[in-house]
Design a protein around this ligand. Structure first.
Ligand code: FES
Length: 629
């Protein structure tokens, strides 16, 4: 046997396996600790272990693969991991639909292990009892004990903590634990509580809020919860909420209170299920977009509503949690990173920190796809960020059968170029009820690849699986009414070349011409942002050393498809990494470590913000970006 190992690169996880000898694909992937689905345990019958072989040399599909996979999938390089033998150097792509939920979660928040060094630290002390003739004040006794035992200098004590100090000391027979934050005492507890120190990290999004409970002693995230931002009742988008808040002081209070109450409720629930009380949470960090941060702090938002969209804050902030009604320990603080600009919040900064873009050598692109897509480009030592108004199409809004990523949403689409018929996959394998962002992007890429639409996004209306809606416009049926999914060879749908074009059924789930235009507008804005960043830096696409796709939505998109439709330029797939909710990871990092806070503040000072709309040639870039190529 030769000593040469077989190299298998697993994307988008970015893991390299070295095999001593040829091995079964499924077994190798599982052995590498990647939790790929394998419901039939490798018998080749469930079809859950789909992978894509990215190299030119692909083995012919075997009998089982021919039975399960569509011709379109086979020609695109899709295979079943359990039916593959890894016997040569390969790059293999595992779509998120083939990963277990647990693995998806890991991808949704890849994080490096960092040494915990929180700003709030606990110290156990035994005080000397009061004796006659020794009238030293309790506060002074604590200060002296901390200085003597730990060389800690105390400057102040929270007023509410001070009020309870004397009784806690005596009730606990002079054995107490002191929590110190930046020379201030923010909590006094009885007995030795140094092993229990907890914080909360919040990623405050326009649609969703992610809350993480973190053990500040070990640095581990021990629980998390995602909730819908309740401010949604005042408008789905940022501008509607700002317009609501601007109308009166009462409105500003209302829109702040609703989100504070919800965070308190969700945080209380997480604490309870981990046998903690909110009083045991010593610190909270919050990252979010600029508008959400303004509403959270009830800052004036009038300047945010009008060009040039100026933020009220540019520095990081420490505020007493109780001052804004957040329930953690009475003396506890909330730490907020600064937003970068009106449309680039501290979540972007947290994403850069978590993905380590600032530390990477060479030219790195970071993209967080959403209603506003923030893009950062690190070219050499320069860091430049832009925000593009990509709109809500990726959330399913403005799309005829669009919906959020929920059970029954079509999330994957492949179209057989031969028959023009689709194969779809829905979330949780439920009957299709709509189409979510990743499904829409897949559908547009598949329509283009199958030659059913042209580069301008126009339908070639005489092709198969097209129906006409009530306005006589063409639609492509992804799932016909009746709930059954399109399967290859379903003859109820006219085949390519048929001259008969049926009316769309009322319950057909289809993609309309307008839907395609919505996607073109969204992807045109993103592509324009990327092109302008490259142009501004004088770097071409071949000089990009790596690309990070962040955000929950970003972890579900298929990078190959977004390149095929021209949303991203032609970056080699092996240079793309999907890291999931990096902003949430960043919020945790600044909770655990003082150094990470300082690093984030340094990054904030380095970022140049580029206003896209006033950039020369923006319109041309945008129009070019709308082309599907
Ligand atoms: S594990 Fe079921 S088809 Fe591969």
């Amino acid at each position: 046997m030769s000593d040469k190992k077989i190299k298998i690169d697993i994307q988008p996880i970015g893991k390299r396996m070295l095999l001593n000898e040829p091995a079964n694909g499924l077994k190798s992937i599982l052995d590498a600790g990647i939790e790929i689905k394998s419901v039939c345990a490798g018998k080749g019958t469930c079809g859950k272990c789909r992978i894509m072989v990215l190299d030119k040399e692909k083995k012919r599909a075997n009998k089982k693969e021919l039975e399960i996979l569509t011709p379109g999938e086979i020609s695109s390089g899709v295979r079943l991991a359990c039916q593959q033998i890894f016997d040569r150097d390969l790059t293999v792509y595992i779509p998120s639909s083939s990963l277990s939920e647990k693995q998806k979660l890991q991808i949704a928040g890849e994080e490096e292990l960092i040494k915990p060094d929180p700003i709030c630290k606990k110290y156990f002390i035994k005080l000397k009892r009061t004796e006659s003739g020794n009238a030293q004040a309790d506060f002074n006794r604590i200060k002296n004990a901390l200085k003597e035992k730990y060389n800690i200098i105390i400057d102040s004590i929270d007023q509410k903590v001070l009020a309870e100090m004397t009784s806690i000391i005596r009730k606990n027979l002079w054995e107490i634990t002191i929590t110190v934050r930046d020379h201030e005492i923010i909590l006094i507890e009885g007995r030795d509580r140094t092993a229990s120190n907890h914080g909360l990290a919040i990623d405050l999004g326009t649609t969703k809020i992610a809350i993480f409970l973190v053990d500040l002693v070990t640095g581990e995230t021990i629980d998390s919860k995602g909730i819908i931002n309740p401010q949604i009742i005042y408008g789905e988008d940022v501008m509607s909420r700002l317009n609501f808040a601007i109308q009166s002081k009462d409105n500003a209070k209302k829109i702040r209170k609703i989100v504070i109450d919800k965070i308190n409720e969700a945080a209380g629930e997480i604490c309870r299920r981990n046998n903690l009380t909110d009083k045991e949470i010593t610190e909270m960090t919050v990252v979010g977009n600029t508008a959400m941060l303004h509403l959270f702090l009830e800052l004036p938002v009038n300047k945010l509503c009008l060009s040039p969209f100026v933020s009220s804050i540019k520095e990081s902030m420490d505020i007493k949690a109780r001052d804004i009604g957040i329930k953690i320990t009475a003396g506890g603080y909330i730490f907020l990173l600064p937003p970068i600009a009106g449309f680039i919040g501290s979540d972007h900064l947290a994403m850069i920190l978590a993905a380590g873009i600032h530390r990477r050598k060479g030219n790195y692109l970071g993209i967080d796809v959403g209603t506003n897509t923030e893009i950062v480009f690190k070219a050499g030592e320069e860091i430049t960020s832009v925000s593009t108004a990509s709109g809500p199409a990726f959330e399913g809004a403005h799309i005829k059968h669009g919906m959020r990523a929920a059970p029954g949403a079509i999330e994957r689409v492949i179209i057989d170029p031969g028959t023009g018929l689709p194969s779809i996959q829905t979330i949780d394998d439920k009957e299709p009820v709509g189409i979510c962002g990743s499904g829409i992007l897949d559908a547009v890429a598949a329509l283009l690849k199958a030659g059913l639409i042209d580069k301008k996004g126009k339908f070639k209306t005489d092709s198969g699986n097209i129906c006409r809606d009530s306005k006589g416009e063409s639609n492509y049926i992804l799932a016909p009414s009746g709930g059954s999914r399109n399967k290859q060879g379903d003859k109820s749908i006219p085949e390519t070349g048929s001259s008969f074009i049926p009316q769309c059924g009322e319950k057909d789930i289809s993609i309309s011409q307008k839907d395609i235009v919505e996607i073109q507008l969204a992807k045109g804005a993103i592509r324009a942002g990327i092109e302008i960043l490259l142009e501004h830096s004088g770097i071409n696409v071949r000089e990009i050393d790596g690309t990070i796709i962040a955000g929950a939505f970003g972890s579900y998109i298929d990078p190959k498809n977004v390149i095929d439709i021209g949303m991203f330029p032609g970056i080699p797939l092996k240079k793309i990494r999907q890291v999931g909710n990096a902003a949430g990871v960043g919020a945790r990092m600044i909770l655990i470590s003082k150094k990470q806070r300082t690093d984030a503040e340094k990054i904030a000072k380095k970022i140049n913000y580029l206003e896209l709309v006033s950039y020369p040639g923006f319109d041309d870039h945008f129009i070019n970006g709308m082309q599907l190529s």
